[in-house]
Design a binder for this molecule. Structure first.
Ligand SMILES: [Zn+2]
Length: 121
């Protein structure tokens, strides 16, 4: 099992930047190929290879996937807002409340797959 960057740097607290970069280069590299951010897409996105310049890492496999992600996220947020409003303003039977909470829950669960804050590296 390889040691973490944190423990390696703790062992050498006075390491100069040249040594720090050497330690980082010796660490296992995080994945440079991951699924498209659109949870409904199976395509892979790549982080640019070492030494390449001029293009940003892909977060989505395509512009249409980016747009689909934004549309789905917005739709889920809008539906959640409406259903939360109904839950808070209507007199509901126990059964209706259970059914409504399930609808709210499934949208919250799905929305967690559409993070709002993702940064373009
Ligand atoms: Zn995609």
């Amino acid at each position: 099992m390889s040691r973490t960057l944190q423990t390696r740097l703790r062992d050498e607290p006075d390491a100069p930047i040249r040594r720090i970069l050497q330690i980082v280069a010796e660490m296992p590299e995080p994945p440079t190929s991951c699924r498209c951010m659109n949870p409904e897409c199976d395509q892979q996105c790549q982080f640019p290879k070492r030494g390449s310049t001029g293009y940003r890492p892909q977060m989505f496999c395509s512009r249409s996937c980016r747009l689909a992600f934004d549309r789905s996220r917005q739709r889920l947020e809008d539906e959640l807002s409406i259903l939360d409003d109904i839950a808070n303003t209507h007199a509901l039977t126990r059964r209706q409340r259970v059914d409504l909470q399930r609808e709210i829950g499934v949208r919250r669960w799905a929305l967690a797959r559409y993070p709002q804050e993702w940064r373009q590296p």
